[in-house]
Write a protein that binds this ligand. Structure first.
Ligand code: SF4
Ligand code: SF4
Length: 292
């Protein structure tokens, strides 16, 4: 099973449209939405949830007034201002350090694992999807990414899938690190701007650090051909495998509005460009020059 993670240096590059289109083009695939902070692959794929699971991570303090002797020790110790003068913990302020729980002389502070979100096994018209929803203002997204990816891999192995296609998180933080380690390759979706080149370098270095081969495409290339060609040239010098250009095309948005991938939407030039990109990615993953 080849695991391809589609990532970008920032959000809004068209990553999810590309993942949806690849999902429509691949055969024997499992899909994974690892962009758990802003999951949106489900908007294109309209999944039917088959299993729903709680995601618990981190801890939050909670004071039991029945046991509390109102000594005020926790109020003094909390460095995050999470405990009010009337000895109630604000769960949004609590960082889960556990100091109050550890030192409370009355054993009045509970410290349970907190419910941070949910993750799902679903079915889509293109195959199984593992995805998640992180609660508002919740952290631990890296841990949730690791979890959905592990479950997607397990499902792929059970189903003898040929492909695991993962919509990765944007940026270079903990969630993207959790999404790329051990993958067959990443496809970095770039844009033809100065900041696009900068973002490409940051995320490309991350992939290199984790020894994951980096493929690159430029979306909305026709908005600035000079910038797009500059990225192509840069990939050659930096050792990234350049996969091609996608046009700026309102059909991508129109397809999204109809909850379709560009492959299903029409037979236009945007569709042709994505098909050509997919075919090149498949060839690259079968070749040795990206180290797969
Ligand atoms: S340290 Fe424990 S007993 Fe003291 S005020 Fe806090 S919760 Fe109550
Ligand atoms: S767990 Fe830490 S952050 Fe949370 S209330 Fe206790 S001392 Fe404050």
């Amino acid at each position: 099973m080849k695991e391809l993670v589609i990532i970008s240096g920032k959000g809004g590059t068209g990553k999810t449209s590309i993942v949806g289109a690849f999902a429509a083009l691949a055969r024997r695939q499992v899909l994974c939405d690892a962009d758990v902070d802003a999951a949106d692959l489900h908007l294109l794929l309209s999944p039917t949830v088959v299993e729903r699971h709680d995601f618990r991570a981190g801890h939050k303090a909670s004071i039991d007034p029945e046991r509390c002797t109102q000594c005020g020790d926790c109020l003094e110790r909390c460095r995050f201002g999470a405990i009010s003068p009337d000895l109630v913990v604000d769960p949004l302020q609590c960082e889960g350090c556990g100091v109050c729980h550890h030192f409370c002389p009355a054993g009045a502070i509970d410290f349970p694992e907190s419910l941070c979100g949910e993750w799902y096994f679903s079915q889509t018209r293109f195959g199984p999807l593992v995805h998640a929803r992180l609660g508002i203002a919740e952290e631990n997204s890296g841990k949730l990414v690791s979890l959905v990816r592990k479950e997607a891999r397990r499902m792929g192995e059970e189903n003898h899938a040929d492909w695991l296609l993962t919509d990765g998180p944007p940026g270079i933080g903990c969630p993207v690190i959790a999404s790329i380690g051990g993958a067959s390759a990443v496809l970095i979706v770039s844009e033809p701007t100065v900041s696009g080149l900068h973002d490409l370098n940051r995320v490309g270095e991350l992939a290199r650090h984790f020894q994951v081969p980096a493929l690159v495409c430029v979306n909305k290339a026709d908005l600035h051909w000079d910038g797009a060609r500059q990225i192509d040239a840069h990939c050659r010098s930096a050792g990234y495998a350049f996969m091609g250009y996608l046009p700026f095309d309102a059909d991508f948005t129109r397809a999204q509005v109809e909850e379709k991938t560009i492959i299903e939407y029409n037979q236009g030039p945007a569709r042709d460009a994505v098909v050509a990109l997919w075919e090149k990615v498949v060839r690259a993953l079968q070749a040795s020059d990206v180290g797969v």
